[in-house]
Design a protein. Structure first.
Length: 331
């Protein structure tokens, strides 16, 4: 074993066994070197992750000046997969065994241009540049064409720093040229209106807005106009006579002779009424006075005369029919 490996092993071994003996679980450890492409790199973030879920477990501590790393992992008896600068390493997953330090060199390929990156060392071009809140590997500086005007770029050397409309590039700086004042473009009104409202009090209204918001009313359409309510069909109702009063109610039937189809002026077809009481018949008493009760004076006189005449005739007939006495027979 080389001197470097021996030193790393001794350091990791001392770290592991410096943990108090009363600890329940003894962590595992990995140590070795880190390479991206063919170069040893320093200051690169190395993380340990669970192989099956990718869950973050621990971050490596830098030890040497040649990309040496050492990492202590609290989870034991689990398969571990490593990332270098956010890129999965080329090494297969390794089993983390309690209390056992494992020597493992980590390698990964550098990222091509256009890839998401964390730092310059992870890019094959050596440049990890932030643009639009994202870090991307770029081939060279300045990074013309990536859509971000960055340090070292200006309107002379990069299309990403083009001057806005109305300005010109002067020695890498966008300036407004001096010249005659150009009058502002007149705003062209563009009015749109709602439908006219119903005719009320011989007036209609509507609402109009300018879609261009010119804040002028030079061509604003009229929002009020006079109107005439159309002539409607005039109802002509004809009704029958009221029926007799029954259950304190009378009815009739009404029809519109003009057939307007409206009921605005239709007369009532039902009304309340009061029933008239029929005069009660008086009983004729079988008495000399009761026989003629209920008769007026004229009728009473006429009845009396007729009654006397009737009695006179009756007495006359009875006297003439008086029977003769029969003669006694001789023996």
């Amino acid at each position: 074993m080389s001197n470097t490996k021996l030193i790393l092993f001794s350091l990791v071994f001392s770290i592991i066994f410096s943990i108090p003996i009363f600890a329940i679980d003894i962590p595992c450890a990995f140590f070795g070197t880190v390479k991206i492409g063919s170069n040893y790199v320093n200051g690169t973030l190395v993380t340990a992750n669970l192989n099956d879920t990718g869950e973050y477990l621990a971050t490596a501590d830098e030890i040497g000046s040649f990309g040496n790393y050492a990492i202590i992992i609290p989870n034991i008896n689990s398969y571990i997969k490593f990332k270098i600068a956010g890129i999965w390493s080329n090494e297969p997953e390794s089993l983390c065994i309690s209390g056992k330090p494992i020597y493992l060199d980590l390698t990964t390929a550098s990222l091509p241009d256009g890839s998401s990156c964390e730092n310059d060392v992870s890019c094959s071009s050596g440049y990890c540049v932030e643009c639009n809140n994202q870090k991307i590997c770029r081939p060279s500086r300045p990074f013309s064409g990536d859509g971000c005007c960055q340090t070292g770029e200006n309107c002379d050397n990069s299309v990403d720093c083009a001057c806005p409309s109305g300005q010109v590039c002067d020695a890498g700086t966008c300036t407004t040229p001096l010249g005659p004042l150009i009058p502002p473009t007149l705003c062209e009104e563009n009015w749109t209106c709602t439908e006219w409202s119903s005719c009320v009090n011989e007036t209609q209204t509507r609402t109009c807005i300018d879609l261009n918001d010119c804040e002028t009313n030079n061509s604003k359409p009229s929002i009020i106009q006079e109107c005439v309510i159309p002539v409607e069909c005039e109802e002509n109702w004809s009704c029958t006579d009221w029926s007799t009063c029954a259950n304190k109610s009378q009815t009739r039937t009404c029809i519109d002779l003009n057939n307007c189809g409206t009921l605005i002026n239709k007369p009532d077809e039902t009304q309340k009424c009061k029933e008239e009481k029929q005069p009660e018949q008086q009983e004729l008493l079988v008495t000399p006075t009761g026989l003629f009760s209920g008769l007026n004076t004229f009728n009473l006189l006429t009845t009396s005369i007729l009654g006397l005449a009737f009695l006179t005739i009756l007495l006359f007939i009875l006297r003439r029919r008086k029977p003769k006495r029969k003669s006694k027979r001789k023996r």
